[in-house]
Write a protein that binds this ligand. Structure first.
Ligand code: ZN
Length: 498
């Protein structure tokens, strides 16, 4: 009885995933190859398909099916239990929201996003403020509708990191912040020539960089029979069924620009390509959380791609295409890849300062939701925290509170997943070093398969079988703490210092 219902659920979830894949393909095309004059019909196609998918996801027979299965979850096998539990959790959050709230929220986000574009252009926070005020109020309503008994911020955070709690995140971020502040002070005390990117500057034709990206992604394990790399203004990765596509962007003078965005997106893609294909469309075959996803991209980008060992492997490969790199000392290339100093813009910041940008946003957005910070005080609070954490104050709001699209898009609770990703990445690397022996020795030889295999076995193939924190604990043998990340950054700082 229950089995037949479970088969029905699997069929429906797979159909929904196929529809979502078609949508993803339309959106990928819009960001890459769509002729500029064809935007109107594409927007219409996407709208139609999105509406159809929404109808399917909110149809009564489907919701009844989930409730029927959830009522008998104890009778189900392990696999079915995961799929039913996670599907019901997601569906319950959605159906807790009154239709009017969903509609108003979507309209508000669209309006706020265009207000943000204008506000950022004109460096005018006041223009965005009324929208942010409404977004904070709306997100509080959303959180209360989903669960009136929990702190609203925690409910919002769970949208991106299911199972996350303030009881776990607050001490973790507190410890991370307290460990990072002395590192940033040491960084600020370094002579300026310790932070020199010129060894990775030069004349790098895009076609050759494309070849380099292709070779690097292939060596890391990206399967081009099941994916592509193309170009887009804002790099992203997307999954279209079993086809995983990434995009990157190029600078003809700075080799780091495309290389590291490619490695980052390759990390996301390796996770997607490593999911259990038999469970396509089901929670077991879907990535665990944004924090876990980001742990995979950051692990390859930072822990591997910016290491000295990696550059020992990469220099000959890159010199083959760009002979000018051949004579440059490896240490100078590594130092260039790790150029670090406090800066205003999060997306351009280095590994050592990055997480303080996130902690600043976490503290501010939590205060906004909890009613401890009025919107009008936000720019000032931003500057104060920048001074306190990074020792610099952005000269304009454009380089401060107006820089990110997240809040105007209604994404409150999203930022913490970036730092969770960094914490998880370093924690996993520590465990991989125990399991595989010194991973650096493998990297220097360009042998990435053992590490990828370890991640596949311990992270990728489990999908949503467990929530993020538990998945990381099972993979590594210990609960994640910021210790491994802080040790990794301390070593990096020592390397930069020379
Ligand atoms: Zn990412």
């Amino acid at each position: 009885m229950a089995d037949h219902h479970y088969d029905d659920l699997k069929n429906e979830l797979r159909a929904q995933a196929d529809l979502a894949s078609v949508l993803a393909l339309l959106e990928w095309d819009q960001e890459t190859f769509l002729p500029a004059g064809a935007q109107a019909s594409r927007t219409r196609q996407i709208g139609l398909l999105a509406a159809h998918l929404h109808e399917r996801r909110t149809a009564s027979p489907y919701l009844d099916l989930i409730d029927t299965l959830a009522a008998r979850i104890d009778e189900l096998g392990d696999d079915a239990r995961v799929d039913v539990r996670e599907t019901k959790w997601r569906v319950d959050r959605q159906r807790a929201l009154p239709v009017d709230l969903v509609r108003e929220r979507a309209m508000l986000h669209a309006e706020a996003k265009s207000a943000w574009i204008a506000a950022r252009q004109e460096n005018d926070f006041a223009r965005l403020a009324p929208y942010l005020r409404r977004i904070v109020a709306t997100e509080r309503d959303v959180a209360r509708a989903i669960d009136p008994t929990r702190p609203p911020y925690e409910t919002l955070l769970e949208e991106y990191e299911p199972g996350a709690s303030l009881a776990a995140i607050e001490p973790l971020f507190g410890q991370l912040r307290d460990g990072l502040l002395p590192l940033v002070n040491q960084l600020r005390a370094l002579p300026p020539d310790r932070s020199d990117a010129t060894p990775l500057f030069g004349d790098f034709p895009i076609e050759k960089q494309k070849e380099l990206n292709r070779r690097v992604a292939t060596r890391l394990g990206f399967d081009f029979a099941l994916g592509r790399i193309d170009e887009a203004a804002h790099p992203f990765s997307t999954t279209i069924g079993e086809d995983v596509r990434i995009t990157t962007r190029y600078s003809t003078t700075d080799l780091r620009y495309a290389l590291y965005s490619t490695i980052h997106e390759t990390g996301h893609a390796l996770y997607e390509q490593g999911l259990d294909r038999e469970a396509f469309g089901l929670p077991r075959g879907t990535s665990c959380s944004l924090g876990v996803h980001e742990s995979q991209s950051r692990l390859w980008e930072n822990n591997i791609g910016r290491s000295e060992a990696f550059w020992r492997f990469l220099q000959p490969l890159a010199s083959d295409l760009f002979p000018e790199l051949e004579g440059r000392p490896v240490a100078s290339l590594v130092r260039a890849a790790n150029e670090a100093r406090p800066s205003y813009i999060r997306t351009e910041s280095d590994e050592i300062t990055y997480n303080l940008h996130i902690i600043l946003r976490f503290e501010l957005e939590k205060a906004l939701i909890e009613g401890d910070l009025p919107i009008d005080d936000l720019p000032h609070a931003w500057r104060e925290k920048m001074q306190k954490y990074l020792g610099i104050v952005p000269p304009t709001d454009r380089e401060g509170v107006l820089q990110d699209v997240h809040w105007p898009s209604g994404a409150i609770g999203y930022f913490p997943t970036y730092s969770l990703g960094n914490v998880y990445a370093a924690h996993l690397m520590q465990a991989a070093n125990v399991a595989l022996g010194p991973v650096d020795e493998l990297n220097a030889r360009g042998e990435f398969a053992p590490l990828l295999g370890w991640l596949r076995t311990n992270i990728h193939r489990h999908g949503q079988s467990w929530r993020g924190a538990e998945l990381i604990e099972r993979a590594s043998g210990t609960p994640a703490t910021p210790n491994a990340l802080l040790t990794h950054l301390q070593r990096k700082l020592e390397f930069i210092r020379g």
